[in-house]
Design a protein around this ligand. Structure first.
Ligand code: GLA
Length: 368
C-alpha cells in the first residue's frame, strides 16, 4: 500500500429528536439536534481498487474491491460500503482505500449510530476525493445508502442532524422543502436526559417499512377525494374520515397530530414555556404507543415512571421505536434523584439494567 496518501480523520455525531417522530418520511417537520457522541473514520487512499475496512470497536476487518461492493450479513461494513456504492452509482471516480471505524454512539439505542457512521464516511470521502458535495446532498446520499444496504426506508432526519448540528441549538427541518432553521435551545434549569432501555428489537426495521406503507395507503385513499394531497403533510384532521381501515386511520391520525404538535411545540420553546413543551412530549409518546404502535413495554414503563415526577416536564420514546431510549426533560438539580428512581424501578419491577445519561447538544460532522 502506498504511503504517499495523506490520512484523513472525520467525525460525525449521533442525534436526539425533541419532537416530530415518524414525520420525516411523511414530508412533515422534525426538530433534531446532534449530540456529543460520534462515529469516527480514519481514511487512507490506495493506488489500487482494494477496500480494507477495520472496526476498532468490534475488533474485526472486512475486505472487498470497488468493483464487487455488495451488502454483507456482517452488518457494520454496510454503513461504510453503502455510501461508497451510492457515490459509485452516481459515476464518482474513486480509488481503493483503507478505512478504520470507531465511535461512542451506542448502537441500537435510537441515537442513530448508523447515520453517524455513514456521514463520517461521506465527510472523509468528500475531503479525500475533493468531491465538493453540499451537505444536503451528503444527507440524501446517506439516506439512499441506508435504503439500499440496510433495507430500511428511513427519512432524512438522522443524516441531516448528524451533518447540520449546531451546539446549543435544535434544528427545525421542513422535510418537504428541506428548508431549516436553527432554534436556540435554552431550557434554563433543565436538561435533556436519555434513559436507554437496552432493548434492541429485531422487529424495528421491518415494522418501520410497514408504517411507511400504511401512511402511503392512507394518503392514496384520501387522494381519491382530494387529488391535491401528496403526503400526510397535506392532510387535515377532517380528511382522515375518508380512510376506511381503522388501523390505517390511527397511523395517519398520529402523523397529522404530530406535525401540528411540533409547530406548536416550537412556539412553546420560543416563549421558554418548557412546561407546555413537556406536555407535548407526553402526548407524542401516547400517540406513538397507542396510535402508531411503535413503542414496547419497556419504553412505556419508563415514560409512566417519569410522568408522576414533578422534576420531569416531559418524557417520550425517541427515534424509530421498538426499543432504544426515552428522552426526558428533567430539572437539572434533580437529575441524580431521577436517575436513582428510574434505575431502581427498572431493576426491581422489570429486572433490567437502565443506563441514564445527559444528552449534550453538539456540532455536526467535520474533518478532525
Ligand atoms: C429513524 C429513521 C428516521 C425517522 C425516525 C422516526 O430514526 O432513521 O428517518 O423516521 O426513525 O422519527
Amino acid at each position: 500500500m502506498t504511503q504517499t496518501h495523506r490520512t484523513i480523520v472525520s467525525r460525525s455525531p449521533g442525534r436526539i429528536n425533541l419532537i416530530g417522530e415518524h414525520t420525516d418520511y411523511n414530508n412533515g417537520f422534525v426538530l433534531p439536534a446532534a449530540i456529543d457522541k460520534a462515529a469516527y473514520v480514519r481514511l487512507t487512499l490506495r493506488n489500487d481498487d482494494q477496500i480494507k475496512l477495520i472496526s476498532r470497536d468490534f475488533n474485526a476487518t472486512y475486505g472487498t474491491t470497488l468493483g464487487t461492493i455488495a451488502p454483507t450479513d456482517k452488518g457494520w461494513p454496510n454503513y461504510l460500503l453503502g455510501v461508497v456504492d451510492q457515490l459509485l452509482g452516481k459515476g464518482t471516480a474513486l480509488t481503493g482505500f483503507e478505512a478504520e471505524l470507531w465511535g461512542d454512539v451506542p448502537a441500537g439505542a435510537g441515537l442513530s449510530s448508523s447515520a453517524a457512521v455513514e456521514c463520517a464516511m461521506l465527510i472523509a470521502l468528500n475531503e479525500a476525493f475533493h468531491l465538493n458535495m453540499p451537505r444536503m446532498t451528503m444527507a440524501q446520499t446517506a439516506q439512499a445508502a441506508e435504503h439500499a444496504f440496510a433495507g430500511v426506508k428511513v427519512g432524512i432526519m438522522d443524516p441531516f442532524a448528524s451533518l447540520f448540528g449546531k451546539e446549543g441549538h435544535v434544528i427545525r427541518l421542513d422535510c418537504r422543502s428541506l428548508q431549516y432553521e436553527y432554534v436556540p435551545f435554552h431550557a434554563e434549569g433543565y436538561r435533556l436526559v436519555l434513559c436507554d432501555s437496552g432493548v434492541h428489537h429485531s422487529l424495528a426495521s421491518s415494522e418501520y417499512n410497514v408504517r411507511r406503507q400504511q401512511c402511503e395507503a392512507g394518503v392514496a385513499e384520501i387522494k381519491q377525494r382530494h387529488p391535491e394531497v401528496q403526503s400526510l403533510r397535506d392532510v387535515t384532521t377532517d380528511m382522515l374520515k375518508y380512510i376506511t381501515d381503522p388501523l390505517i386511520k390511527n397511523r395517519c391520525r398520529y402523523v397529522v397530530e404530530e406535525n401540528d404538535r411540533l409547530l406548536k411545540g416550537c412556539e412553546d420553546l420560543e416563549r421558554d414555556d418548557l412546561k407546555a413543551f413537556g406536555e407535548k412530549m407526553y402526548k407524542t409518546h401516547d400517540g406513538l404507543s397507542k396510535l402508531y404502535e411503535v413503542s414496547c413495554p419497556e419504553l412505556d414503563f419508563l415514560v409512566e415512571k417519569a410522568r408522576p415526577q414533578n422534576a420531569v416536564l416531559g418524557a417520550r420514546m425517541m427515534g424509530g421505536g421498538f426499543g432504544g431510549c426515552t428522552l426526558n426533560l428533567v430539572e437539572t438539580d434533580k437529575i441524580d434523584d431521577f436517575r436513582q428512581k428510574m434505575t431502581t424501578a427498572y431493576k426491581t419491577e422489570l429486572n433490567k439494567d437502565l443506563k441514564v445519561y445527559v444528552a449534550n447538544i453538539g456540532n455536526g460532522g467535520s474533518i478532525q
